[in-house]
Design a protein around this ligand. Structure first.
Ligand code: ZN
Length: 458
């Protein structure tokens, strides 16, 4: 195994394989956005971050570290500098959710007294066929009534519990030529080999949480793929796992955030829920969450609204979401000369219609940061006759408008229940994010930028 470029010179940056293993164990322990945010909170607490509540007053000190969650499924963490005279925000944004199936409130369906299947509906745009014939289970959050209060509890039924069996080819001879999948007909998971009591599933959830079934007042439960993450390939160059989109970026930008210090900026780590369903929720990237938190940071530091506008004018954001690598069986699906490969560095995405926020200025600044950090970058654009997805960046812009570049890591099989990426790329993003958080982007004159550690006395 080769080390990352000039790894020894960086001192202490672990080898990428070790980084990939840590990433995969983070993803494995995060079957839903609620778990991802819970695990992120745990990492932040270990690093000495103080939890803030949106409903309480904030006492923020220069040089402090804090985090705040919304809905238990989106999280913002930040570190304030010690010299805040002309501060700006350095932000990364990623998303905590992935396409899956959500359990409906009344979920049990009896089939001829011989099976119980569960009634689900799609969450986000998944590749349905990838959910067939593999052990699945349920995870999410449960609202439990305790006395007069309602408490949110995390649930992960950590065993092979469900399966969506495919139909035998003998009963659908044309399946390999044409397959259309109906979420209400084809995608319901089998739960039991008999007709279960009406409360069976509720009782299972209650048993897992060690409460009574009557105490369960609400649930947000999702299917997840039980497959073990894997490092594979002739030279172990690939990683495969559920939810690489976007937990690979969420994890890597978090590690970069933890390492990146700068005394003149407020460094912000953002991870939003609901990107896969359009972000228009109270905790999504289109919500007021980020702008609320930035406004409160500014006020708590004793600054004026004008100071906030000045800070935002010189702020910078990395919108981090995975990108499509060239598929070996379909190379024609990607642009001829703006196509990307796994293990070849960070993907910078651009789109003339501004589905990606990148422009010449934000691309140039990011390129320079990566160059200094010794991290390779590659460029992605969709084929001009194909629409890609939009990203967090341009959605968040409606609430907080700052210079932003859309980046990500190259992967295959996006929105499959088991996706594939490069073993080196998370380590590249950690290093790039660290370099981004360590730097201060100074506008020396109108449209003239320098990347320094300090803009004081520029
Ligand atoms: Zn994504």
């Amino acid at each position: 195994m080769k080390n990352l470029p000039d790894e020894a010179a960086q001192g202490g940056i672990t080898m990428y394989r070790e980084v990939a293993q840590k990433l995969l164990s983070f993803i494995k322990s995060s079957p839903t956005s609620f778990h991802a945010v819970w695990n992120t909170s745990g990492i932040l607490e270990e690093e000495g971050f103080e939890r803030l509540k949106e409903g309480s007053a904030w006492n923020i000190r220069p040089g402090g570290r804090y985090y705040v969650t919304r809905n238990g499924s989106s999280i913002l963490a930040f570190k304030t500098g010690t010299q805040m005279e002309n501060y700006s925000f350095h932000i990364t944004a990623s998303h905590s959710d992935s396409p899956t199936f959500k359990l409906k409130e009344n979920a049990q369906i009896d089939v001829r007294g011989k099976y119980t299947v569960l009634n689900t509906e799609g969450y986000g745009g998944m590749l349905c066929s990838t959910w067939f014939d593999r052990p699945l289970s349920l995870a999410g959050r449960v609202i439990v009534k305790e006395g007069n209060s309602l408490a949110s509890r995390l649930l992960d039924i950590d065993r092979d519990l469900l399966m969506i069996p495919s139909l035998a080819i003998h009963m659908n001879r044309e399946v390999n030529e044409k397959q259309s999948l109906n979420k209400q007909k084809d995608m319901l998971p089998v739960y039991s080999g008999r007709k279960m009591d009406a409360d069976a599933l509720k009782n299972l959830v209650a048993d897992e949480l060690e409460v009574e079934a009557e105490q369960i007042y609400g649930t947000d439960l999702y299917l997840y793929n039980r497959a073990e993450p894997s490092i594979w390939g002739a030279e172990e160059e690939f990683i495969s796992s559920p939810r690489l989109d976007d937990l690979e970026c969420a994890y890597a930008s978090l590690q970069g955030f933890l390492r990146g210090e700068n005394s003149e900026t407020v460094r912000v780590y953002a991870c939003f829920d609901n990107e896969e369903v359009g972000s228009q929720t109270k905790q999504g990237a289109a919500s007021t969450f980020l702008s609320d938190v930035l406004t409160r940071i500014n006020a708590a530091l004793g600054k004026t609204p004008e100071d906030l506008s000045r800070a935002l004018a010189s702020s910078f954001m990395l919108s981090c979401d995975n990108a499509h690598a060239v598929h070996p069986n379909y190379p024609e699906k990607t642009d001829v000369c703006n196509c990307v490969y796994m293990n070849e560095g960070i993907v910078v995405k651009s789109h003339a219609g501004q589905k990606y926020t990148s422009d010449a200025v934000s691309i140039a600044l990011f390129k320079m940061i990566c160059e200094k950090a010794g991290v390779p970058v590659q460029f992605f654009a969709n084929r001009s006759d194909m629409n890609g997805g939009s990203t967090l960046g341009n959605i968040a812009m409606s609430q907080v408008s700052v210079n932003t570049v859309d980046i990500g890591l190259a992967q295959l099989a996006m929105h499959s229940s088991f996706e594939t990426a490069g073993v080196k790329d998370a380590a590249y993003l950690i290093r790039a994010a660290e370099a981004f958080y360590k730097s201060h982007i100074c506008e020396m004159d109108a449209g003239v930028y320098e990347i320094k550690e300090s803009c004081t006395g520029k």
